[in-house]
Write a protein that binds this ligand. Structure first.
Ligand code: FAD
Length: 613
């Protein structure tokens, strides 16, 4: 979706908003760290996130790759920066075609800075000399497909900043006149260069309006994080720094913590004033760091870290791509949404409303009913395995799951620690956020189940009409009520399974499906059965049912779930180690069980049934 449409919607609703900017890290490990951070920061619901284009086009491939993943795996509306530096028209065309193909619909069109070591911007042969030409080109070649954003300079572009006040005035207004040309050529949104004098921004907006620039102007806020970084950035951009800010910083410049805290306080004061004068939203230059940007937005009241909003129980891809109509997912991938997105990326349509009617008989997922053959494979995605990239990551996982494993009791202990919030990494979850907040009511029971040898990898508590705004169970728009059937998915030994099966059969309201890695699914669910697991009732809408237990998808999931014993956990240890062979033994012989208590109002406690209590 174009940003301008999202912004106009917010303006109509009278809601303020924020966005986050990131830059492409230099190393593969840095990229993976960025995605972990993105996952956390996107949960605060920025209106969009953008990724910069390295000076001189130095990061073109990485930027393109990150933009693709941001849009399609992190599921946030994404804007990619694109500059003219070292980019002949053919290269610009191919970059634009590539992002168009993957559903990124927003471009920040820039001239670009000169590459490192070069003083002045030089036009590359067959390229453009300014952002205006790029904006015109995008509109001419791609029509209305892209939402186009352009850069604005509240203190004029650094090249135009001079000592002579008269000349400065002339340059400032020439810059604004040129900005108007960029907007008239197709720029729908302006993001500004960083500044520290809020009144300068206010005047800049007034000056833009006075020449007929009517598009939204978002202030670029760069929290001060280090004294050195601040001096470098303000020097490079020739930013005016009010005396009270430079004096205060000089006094604390050797105290990193104090500088950071000052940066947060200043950011809060700036954002408050900006919102007070009617600025619709703020754009945070995060420098790929989380703490300062989030702290500022939290203190300003733009985010509430204690209540992370969830439009659905799972994260959906922003609109503008074919996935927009997706409304139902099997529960199995709740903690592995990226794997699910990857497996289903070739689908041409997605279940909307009901998996049984839309998911199987209509659309592309139809063959889910024939053993899940249509789910794509994960094999060629190296980033699906958390440990593929670095020793540091492996160390972190070893610290969480054991440097070596002495036996099954050590394995149970890891599940127990995860349930109790003592470790946040988990082989069956992509993120590093620990047990999902909505499962918190089950913590004690999950620990008991782990101790008894039922190793839970996915679960949800029963919810019977909680307000949609409930801090942990809630999802969807305010004013609704949400429901959920108790669900447990766990591994257990073959002996435990033999003992458990009669207990499950003795409770008619429990449905279950189970299998070893090599076996065929058994249980009391038919091969085509689909059970609604979460649903919500909202004013003026049909019932929404976003999560299901789908027997036909189980074979695909079970292969993935059993595989994770080795790929996520066993891979931490030496090829001939006892730890690795212990995990391989469990994966080869234990049973994966998915069970749901259909009677979510008065049915027997599901964990109690499993535990035989
Ligand atoms: P332009 O809009 O082309 O303008 C540059 C200067 O030239 C202005 O002073 C303008 O007045 C003057 N000018 C150009 N053409 C004309 C004309 N026809 N008539 C009159 N005046 C003219 N750099 C990167 O390398 N990668 C990034 O990802 C990146 N992201 C940025 C994001 C934001 C929000 C901002 C504000 C800057 C970003 N930059 C980035 C820096 C930017 O590339 C530099 O500031 C660059 O020097 C100018 O880019 P521009 O798009 O503003 O250029």
């Amino acid at each position: 979706m174009k940003l301008i449409d999202k912004i106009n919607q917010k303006l109509k609703e009278g809601k303020t908003f924020f966005s986050f900017e990131f830059f492409p890290p230099r190393t593969e490990e840095g990229v993976e760290n960025l995605f972990e951070r993105l996952d956390r920061m996107v949960a605060y619901a920025p209106i969009f996130c953008d990724i910069t284009w390295g000076a001189g086009g130095s990061t073109a491939d990485v930027t393109l790759d990150i933009a693709t993943r941001m849009q399609n795996q992190v599921c946030v509306e994404t804007m990619m920066h694109l500059t003219c530096t070292n980019m002949p028209v053919e290269k610009l065309e191919s970059a634009l075609k590539e992002v168009k193909k993957v559903g990124v619909q927003n471009i920040l069109a820039l001239r670009g800075d000169p590459p490192k070591g070069q003083e002045k911007f030089e036009v590359v042969e067959g390229g453009f000399s300014c952002a205006l030409d790029l904006v015109k080109y995008i509109r001419k070649e791609f029509g209305d497909f892209f939402g186009i954003c352009v850069a604005g300079y509240p203190e004029a572009h650094p090249d135009g900043i001079v000592e002579d006040p008269q000349q400065m005035e002339k340059n400032y207004w020439a810059d604004i006149a040129y900005l108007k040309q960029k907007v008239d050529a197709g720029g729908e949104l302006i993001i500004t260069q960083l500044f520290y004098d809020v009144e300068r921004f206010v005047q800049f907006v007034a000056d833009c309006r006075s020449v007929g620039i009517t598009v939204p102007i978002l202030p670029g806020i760069m929290p001060i994080m280090t004294y050195g970084g601040f001096k470098r950035m303000t020097g490079f951009c020739k930013t005016k720094v009010p005396a009270e800010i430079s004096d205060a910083l000089e006094a604390i410049k050797d105290n990193d913590e104090a500088v950071k805290n000052f940066g947060i306080d200043l950011g809060v004061r700036m954002c408050r004033r900006l919102l007070e004068v009617g600025t619709p939203g703020v754009h945070m230059y995060t420098l790929n760091l989380e703490k300062s940007a989030v702290a500022i937005l939290e203190r300003v009241g733009l985010i509430d870290t204690s209540r992370v909003p969830r439009p659905l129980p799972w994260r959906h891809i922003p609109s503008g791509t074919s996935r927009v109509v997706e409304a139902v997912r099997p529960v199995f991938w709740s903690n592995r949404p990226k794997a699910y997105l990857k497996r289903t990326q070739e689908w041409t349509s997605y279940p909307a409303g009901s998996w049984a009617t839309n998911g199987r008989r209509g659309g592309a997922p139809a063959a889910a009913s024939s053993g899940g053959a249509v789910y794509g494979s994960l094999s060629e995605q190296p980033y699906m395995s958390r440990h593929s990239c670095s020793e540091a990551r492996r160390e972190k996982a070893r610290a969480a799951w054991g440097a070596e494993l002495g036996g099954v009791e050590d394995v149970k202990a890891v599940f127990k620690k995860y349930a109790q919030g003592e470790v946040s990494l988990f082989p069956w979850a992509e993120g590093e956020a620990g047990l999902p907040a909505e499962c918190a009511p089950l913590r004690e029971q999950l620990a008991q189940l782990a101790a008894a040898g039922y190793l839970v990898i996915n679960c949800q508590p029963g919810v019977n009409g909680a307000p949609s705004t409930h801090p942990t169970s809630g999802w969807g728009a305010p004013g609704g009520y949400v429901y959920g059937r108790p669900y447990l998915e766990f591994f257990c030994s073959p002996e435990a399974w033999e003992a458990l099966r009669p207990r499950l059969d003795a409770v008619p309201s429990v449905s279950y499906i189970a299998s070893t890695a090599a076996g065929s699914p058994a249980g009391n669910m038919g091969a085509d059965d689909v059970i609604g697991l979460t649903w919500g009732v909202f004013p003026g809408k049909e019932v929404v049912q976003p999560t299901v237990l789908c027997a036909a998808s189980f074979p695909v999931w079970k292969e993935e779930a059993f595989g994770l014993w080795a790929s996520e956990w066993g891979a931490l240890y030496g090829a001939d180690s006892a730890s690795r062979s212990l995990l391989a033994g469990l994966a080869g012989s234990w049973v994966l069980v998915a069970a749901v208590q259909n009677d979510y109002v008065a049915g027997a406690d599901l964990a109690g049934v499993v535990l035989g209590q």
